[in-house]
Every structure is written in C-alpha cells, then in structure tokens.
Design a protein around this ligand. Structure first.
Ligand code: ADP
Ligand code: MG
Length: 256
C-alpha cells in the first residue's frame, strides 16, 4: 500500500522543504521506496538533493501538470538508493496560467499519480508558500497533509487559512484527506517562547502533534548547500538525530 503525503503550510520558512527532504531521505534509507515531488518553483527540495533545476528545464512537474509530459518521463533517480525525485521546472508563471485552462485543473497531479502510486511506499510532495493551484493540486492528490510549524511567536497566525483550505478540499475535491500530523520545527528548548508555542500547538492539534520536535540546528541549514540530506552531512548532529527520531515516529504512526 502506498501513501501520498503533502507537506503544506502557506507560510514560508517554517521547515517544509527541510522536513520533506530529510523525511524522504530517512524513509528511503530504511528501505521504503520513496518519491519526492517538488512543486515549489524555488526548487529548494531539488537543490537540497543536489539536483540543478536549470539543467532539468522542460522535464519537471509542470510539464506533467499541463499535459506535455507523462509522469514516468520526469522521474529521476537520486544519489540515495530507493529515493526518486520529480523536479520542479522554472517557468512557474507560464505553467500557472496554462494550468488554468487545463480540464480538471485541481486533479491533474492526482490523475498523474494514480498511474504510478503503487510503485512507491511513500510519495512526499513539497509545496510552495501559498495556497494557490499547485498546493491545491497537492492537497487533492494526497492521502494526508503533514504540517510543519515553526516555534515562533506568529506560529499560529495564518493557520486558520490553511485549515480552511483543508476543510474545503475535504468537503469536495478530496473527501479522504486526513491530517497526518503537525511537526514543530526550529524549537529552542532554552526559551520560554518555544515552550509556549509548543503548548499552544498541542492545545490546538492535540495528539496530532508529534512527540518529536526538531531543534534549531545550524547543521540543518548548512546541509542543503551541499546538496545532501542531514544524515549524510552530519549524522551525529542534533538535527540528524531529531529527523531520525521523527522518521521513526512517523513510521510508527502510519503503521509501517
Ligand atoms: P520552507 O520550505 O517552509 O520555506 P525551509 O525548510 O526551506 O522552509 O527552511 C527555511 C530555512 O530555515 C532554510 O534556510 C533552512 O535551511 C532553515 N532551517 C529549516 N529547519 C531548520 C532547523 N531546524 N534549524 C535551523 N535551520 C533550519
Ligand atoms: Mg520550501
């Protein structure tokens, strides 16, 4: 059984890409065949895995969304065994406008993934910091949504919009969409603020919040510039340990 998870939060800089890349690396490392789909035009998930999107032009997810390419044609192997990547392509503005004219425009990612999902244990979708048509395609295609939240003062701000979008999708376009879990990132155990935010998030999402919190750790912010996952960059770092603990907790919850 395969599972499709969209990593979403329309705020930028909350740890979506860091979480997607390192969870994907963890899952593939423990033998789960994993496909990461980057639908953020910034291409951070691609560069985090050492893939230069400029070299992939014309061979990414947008070409699939607008019907120019078959999904099978744009899947890349990565340097990690069991980990595959569909890169994003640069021409966002063009793709966004073209997508508006595509029939079933909210369902194109879902329709494409229906063809290949059974070949993977997990498919993770990294989304842009907006609730536009690309993120919507992710929410419609996914079985569940994983929400990273940065432990900072404004963490809960904007949450209502995200939950409203999820609710809308559940009421129509994807009735089975579940909340996979909420992951608190960039946690600083020395500050009361971090503790307060964690309490607030737990008060709101209850058991949906992972026990594991991801600490603020400079190694996590350095790894992407080397194009490698945290486990390869610095296996002993707090960041690597936290994402490994998160990976274990994630797998326990999904029953894998
Ligand atoms: P998003 O995808 O939500 O925009 P990112 O995962 O790109 O967020 O993270 C934003 C920035 O913060 C990046 O520069 C990233 O390297 C850094 N970062 C992410 N998580 C951590 C962390 N736990 N500790 C320190 N830096 C982090
Ligand atoms: Mg990102």
């Amino acid at each position: 059984m395969s599972k499709i998870i969209v990593v979403a939060n329309q705020k930028g800089g909350v740890g979506k890409t860091t979480t997607t890349v390192n969870l994907a690396a963890y899952l593939s490392n423990v033998g789960k065949k994993t496909l990461l789909i980057d639908i953020d035009p910034q291409g951070n998930a691609c560069s985090g895995l050492g893939v230069d999107i400029r070299e992939r032009s014309g061979n990414g997810i947008y070409e699939v969304l607008i019907g120019q390419k078959k999904i099978q044609e744009v899947i890349l192997a990565t340097k990690y065994k069991n980990l595959f990547l569909i890169p994003v392509t640069l021409d966002l503005a063009g793709a966004q406008i073209e997508l508006l004219n595509v029939p079933r425009k909210e369902f194109v990612l879902k329709d494409a993934l229906d063809e290949i999902r059974e070949q993977y244990d997990f498919i993770l979708i990294d989304t842009p910091p907006s609730l536009g048509l690309f993120t919507l395609n992710g929410l419609v295609a996914a079985d569940s949504v994983l929400i990273p939240m940065q432990s900072e003062f404004y963490a809960m701000e904007g949450l209502a919009q995200l939950l409203k979008a999820i609710k809308l999708v559940k009421s129509g376009l994807n009735k089975n969409l579940a909340i996979e879990g909420v992951l608190v990132t960039m946690y600083d155990s020395r500050t009361n603020l971090s503790k307060q935010v964690l309490d607030e998030v737990k008060g709101y999402f209850q058991e949906k919040v992972y026990e594991t919190v991801i600490p603020r750790n400079v190694r996590l912010s350095e790894a992407p510039s080397h194009g490698i996952a945290i486990f390869e960059y610095d296996e002993k770092s707090q960041g690597a340990e936290a994402y490994a603990a998160f990976g274990r907790e994630f797998l326990n919850r999904v029953g894998g």
